[in-house]
Unconditional design. Structure first.
Length: 455
């Protein structure tokens, strides 16, 4: 029986962030109850019970929600959840990881959001800062909850700056989060199963700047729609970058075909990009430009920044080269879970492409891919729940093969491929119809690619 005789925080959702949050609040002397509707969270419950935290696993109890002083939901739980919605209507207050972190954090924060490129840019900034002699804590939506940094014992805590990947879901319920340097990389259609409109999703992304003052820095892609209008509403010191040459704003970093031109009040430098094999394509050069400006804002030297760029190794599942077989190149871009990410991946290659596309769609408009498919895609392997929708969209443009498994998709693509072709997994969809997550999907792709010589 749950004891609800004293005020408590209810942590809802016991993934990595929820587990860390419950432990942290307990360490601060708070009464904590943790709940997760997933009955398999028994190990998490055991860990929390050992700390003296009561848990409800495999079910939600409306009374427990209604009686809480604060609900701290996992970012993956929408506020339309019936238990949370009813509790809020009954006067229960909402809190979140970003606000609780902001209450206790004393370090400067670089925060990165956008539809695509967040993890690459976050990791890149962390690597550059280390090259510049800093000791960053790199976390947030990238994997390690921000709360973990606050739980590092002071005697062992050598961090001097926070680098945080931030999702729109986290921003939606944050009220006090104020990064010293905030980055908005891009905005394109995504998560329309979670938001009532694209406008709501845009507003969520832009809200990363809402608490900044003139002493803070906003690093923004000037190619984003409505940049001029939205940026005028900010109090931040704005620095911008873009690969588009038609923007009216004066850019601090311009992405050209083979270089990035950095121009600030004190720096005018050209960084050649032709040799960066780990960061190919215009989208990655935009990520590089954003990282350069953020690190300059954090006080780094441009020469040290350039060294950090050279040594960076790209992350798995992001236009990741797997292997070549008979001059056919295989690339794993499983992280591409929306159409904009697929467009960016396809633009990396001038060779003919066999595209593996599909999964669980999130209000996806596949017609946004028509132009780029016409340009250099010679065949599509359709997988997952959306394969019928994909066939209907593209069958007049190129051959579309409906495949039941990743193994069948890879094998069929190999049969269809000829010398100099690229086989690219870039799904434009979530993975949850067939896999635990995008990494599981990408690893399965790589497994079957590495088995190809056996067929």
């Amino acid at each position: 029986m749950i004891n609800i005789s004293q005020p408590y925080y209810l942590v809802a959702g016991l993934g990595a962030s929820g587990l860390s949050m419950a432990g942290f609040l307990k360490s601060k002397g708070k009464k904590v109850i943790a709940t997760d509707i997933d009955a398999s969270r028994t190990k998490a419950a055991e860990e929390l019970n050992a700390l003296g935290i009561e848990t409800q696993i495999g079910f939600h109890d409306q009374k427990t929600f209604n009686s809480a002083a604060f609900i701290v939901p996992s970012p993956g739980i929408p506020l339309t959840n019936k238990y949370i919605k009813t509790a809020l209507e009954n006067g229960v207050k909402l809190s979140c990881e970003l606000d609780i972190f902001s209450t206790y954090n004393t370090l400067p924060i670089i925060a990165i959001t956008g539809t695509n490129g967040k993890t690459t840019t976050t990791t890149l900034i962390g690597d550059i800062l280390r090259q510049c002699g800093r000791q960053p804590f790199v976390g947030g939506n990238i994997g390690t909850p921000l709360i973990e940094q606050l739980m590092i014992k002071k005697t062992n805590n050598i961090n001097d700056i926070i680098v945080a990947e931030i999702s729109s879901f986290q921003l939606d319920i944050a009220t006090r989060f104020k990064p010293d340097i905030a980055l908005l990389l891009n905005i394109s259609e995504d998560h329309l199963d979670r938001y009532d409109s694209f406008q709501d999703y845009e507003d969520s992304k832009w809200s990363i700047f809402k608490n900044q003052t003139s002493e803070d820095t906003a690093v923004i892609n000037a190619g984003i729609d409505n940049f001029d209008i939205k940026s005028e509403q900010l109090n931040s010191n704005i620095v911008s970058f873009s690969s588009r040459q038609d923007v009216r704003h004066t850019l601090s970093a311009s992405i050209l075909q083979d270089s990035i031109q950095v121009k600030t009040n004190t720096i005018h430098q050209v960084i050649e990009t032709g040799g960066f094999k780990e960061l190919c394509g215009v989208h990655n050069h935009e990520n590089m430009a954003a990282a350069i400006l953020a690190c300059l804002g954090a006080g780094c030297n441009i020469n040290d920044i350039s060294k950090g760029l050279v040594t960076f190794k790209n992350l798995p599942h992001r236009t990741e080269w797997v292997r070549d077989i008979n001059d056919i190149s295989f690339y794993n871009d499983s992280k591409a879970t929306n159409t904009d990410a697929v467009i960016r991946a396809l633009d990396c290659f001038e060779r003919p492409i066999i595209l593996i596309l599909g999964g669980r769609e999130k209000g996806t408009d596949f017609s946004l891919l028509v132009a780029v498919v016409q340009k250099n895609v010679k065949a599509i392997m359709a997988i997952g729940e959306s394969k019928g929708q994909i066939k209907n969209t593209f069958e007049t443009l190129c051959p579309v093969f409906e495949t039941r498994t990743m193994k069948e998709a890879v094998n069929t693509a190999f049969i269809q491929a000829t010398n100099r072709d690229v086989v690219l997994l870039s799904p434009a969809c979530a993975s949850f119809d067939m896999y635990d997550n995008y990494a599981h999907r990408g690893d399965d792709f790589k497994t079957h690619v590495n088995e190809l010589e056996k067929i």
